[in-house]
Ligand binder design. Structure first.
Ligand code: SF4
Length: 614
């Protein structure tokens, strides 16, 4: 058993209701480390070409990283992956909280779900004990009721529950997987895949310590985070994400009215920013497993029954259902955040889809004849709140129209409405505008998951997600390397970590090309080539040529064909993943082998805190 791992992957065949343990050995873990590459391994090797993302042939992977569950700040992350029902491509999303650490404390590195149960089930894991159990009594319940019921039934106050909400049961394509009630693997529809498998929840309790080669660097890092908190993590520690949205507004790249404007009413922005939230009654900060940064908001509003256990709005939510829909009413934003967590819907895709619908209503493309009489007006929080439940249960006409995401809705509606969908590869773009953020211009077109800002094409986020380390922690390259070396005892260097990142990206690329994606999909949507209507960046546009040039540079950096973006066989060989060629033959370019891989981008260049906003 290598240090840093249990070398135990749990496979659950939901159709046959059987489980088995797979041990892949040290060489596998050295090559893949965790997260993305583990997901890609199973998508390439287990999911048939063209499989329906919501069919039994898809797999659903919960993958920890090598650091997940080890005792220092930021080590509470895990990834969830499947073929995405939003994009039909590589789907990957990450979550914090306690669930991933608990899985590792139970003695598991990953879970792979196969098939589909014929009736609702949940998985119970207590260390070595694994059971597929009947979920008929919790099917249809909202998240807090599910967690309460499972904890009560099993007499475990610390049972950690990851679950598909009601939205996942109804196959809302952007349903998420929520754990610990307020932590989510939000993007790419992983909750819909869970629901499609009739899998309601995974309840985990673990009592073991993750084996590490040398705990001292982990302890020293925990101490360093506490000692440098006010210098390194000040904003996150005191306000969480979203403390700098006024700054985004001033710079002119706040997300407003479906990415039409870069600025909004400053008083309304101030009314919903993290610093204002921190002044509300009952506000407190909380943290993920072992994390002294404690950047997670917990908010309370007794009149609206907003409860701290559902957390509080993160930056992405403030943007998605606040500024983007021009809802400047803090209690309403807090309530929307809670309802979306209670039913298990991704706030980013929901907000993006509703913003598209509001713009279409504004333009007369979507009318009350389509919406069942509902008027979709900017800033109308009460209507948006009703929409949450209509979408979660696919209630016709609007809930049904919007439950598959903005691109699918536009294709149903027609009337040239697709030009107003702000998406990459079918996934609504997160709340970071590439017209004002160069880093996102380099991320979105190449991100294997589409319009997501955290999974990312970037080396830093990719590495953090591969090793189970939160992207908010201000560790430099050397410290990150030291942590992985301490966990594993392996004599790794920076190039080894860069190679792991390249491996994961090339594997995800293989999967996407295999599933029919082409270089035409590595692009930005029409809206992001248009100038903003308001703000200091309104004279700035991004040309398609600029994007193409960035994309081709990226292909070269990754050792992919500069025109088609197909991984070169020599690159796969250099990365020691040529074995995956078997599963994606036509996605590989057999041009002459590259002797050595070109250098990839710097792993952890310092990035201002707000750019990390969730
Ligand atoms: S910084 Fe925040 S999101 Fe990251 S692990 Fe710590 S509490 Fe969780």
């Amino acid at each position: 058993m290598p240090n840093g791992y249990w070398d135990r992957i749990l496979h659950v065949d939901l159709s046959a209701r059987t489980t088995r343990i797979e041990s892949l050995g040290e060489a596998f873990w050295r090559r893949h480390l965790g997260g993305r590459a583990i997901i890609a391994h199973y998508l390439l090797s287990e999911v048939p070409l063209g499989a329906d993302p919501l069919g039994p042939e898809n797999v659903l992977v919960f993958a920890a990283g090598v650091l997940t569950g080890t005792p220092f700040p930021g080590a509470g992350r895990h990834s969830v992956g499947a073929k995405s029902p939003m994009t039909g491509l590589f789907g990957e999303s990450e979550a914090g909280g306690f669930w991933g650490a608990e899985l590792r404390h139970a003695g598991w590195d990953a879970i792979v779900f196969h098939g589909r149960a014929d009736t609702p089930v949940y998985l119970l894991i207590k260390d070595d004990q694994v059971e597929i159990r009947d979920a008929s009594s919790i099917w249809g319940l909202e998240t807090a009721d599910v967690e309460d019921a499972l904890r009560k039934e099993h007499g475990e106050r610390l049972l950690r529950v990851a679950q598909a909400g009601v939205a996942g049961e109804h196959l809302v394509r952007y349903a998420l997987v929520v754990n610990d009630l307020n932590e989510v693997a939000g993007r790419a529809g992983m909750g819909a895949v869970m629901g499609s498998k009739n899998l309601k929840a995974i309840a985990v309790r673990g009592t073991q310590k993750v084996p590490v080669a040398d705990p001292k660097p982990l302890q020293a890092t925990a101490k360093w985070v506490i000692e440098t908190m006010e210098d390194v993590h000040y904003n996150f520690h005191h306000f969480g994400t979203g403390a700098g949205i006024i700054g985004k507004h001033l710079e002119g790249h706040m997300i407003v009215r479906n990415f039409q404007d870069g600025q909004w009413d400053p008083e309304k922005i101030h009314a919903i920013d993290a610093k204002t939230i921190a002044d509300t009654d009952g506000f407190k900060m909380d943290g993920c497993y072992a994390c002294s940064v404690r950047c997670k908001k917990r908010v309370k509003d007794e009149a609206l029954s907003v409860l701290p256990k559902f957390g509080g709005p993160e930056y992405e939510t403030i943007g998605s259902v606040g500024t983007n829909l021009t809802i400047g009413d803090l209690p309403m934003v807090m309530l929307l955040n809670q309802r979306l967590n209670q039913v298990g819907i991704d706030t980013v895709s929901f907000g993006g889809t509703v913003a598209w619908a509001m713009e279409c209503f504004d333009r007369g493309l979507l009318t009350t004849a389509d919406s069942g009489g509902v008027e979709l007006r900017w800033g109308d929080g009460a209507t948006v709140l009703k929409l949450v439940d209509q979408v979660a249960r696919r209630e016709a006409p609007l809930g049904e129209l919007l439950a598959d995401g903005a691109l699918a809705a536009a294709r149903k509606l027609g009337r040239d409405s697709e030009q107003y969908v702000v998406h990459v590869k079918g996934l609504e773009v997160a709340m970071h505008d590439p017209r004002g953020m160069q880093r996102m211009l380099e991320n979105y077109p190449m991100n294997p998951t589409g319009g997501d800002h955290t999974g990312g094409a970037h080396a830093k986020t990719s590495l953090r997600n591969s090793i189970g380390l939160c992207i908010f922690l201000g560790y430099d390259d050397d410290r990150t390397l030291e942590l992985v070396r301490a966990a594993t005892g392996w004599d790794l260097d920076q190039q080894d970590l860069r190679t792991v990142v390249s491996r994961g990206l090339s594997m995800a690329r293989l999967f996407n090309l295999r599933e029919g994606m082409s270089t035409e999909d590595d692009r930005l949507p029409q809206r992001l080539h248009e100038p903003m209507l308001k703000g200091p960046l309104s004279d700035k546009t991004i040309s398609r040529e600029d994007v193409r040039s960035i994309v081709q540079d990226y292909y070269r950096q990754q050792g992919w064909h500069p025109e088609s973006g197909a991984p070169l066989l020599g690159t796969l060989q250099a990365l020691n993943i040529a074995n995956y060629a078997t599963y994606a033959q036509h996605a590989i370019d057999s041009s002459p082998a590259v002797a050595t891989l070109p250098p990839v981008v710097t792993l952890t260049a310092t990035v201002p805190q707000e750019q990390h906003s969730e």
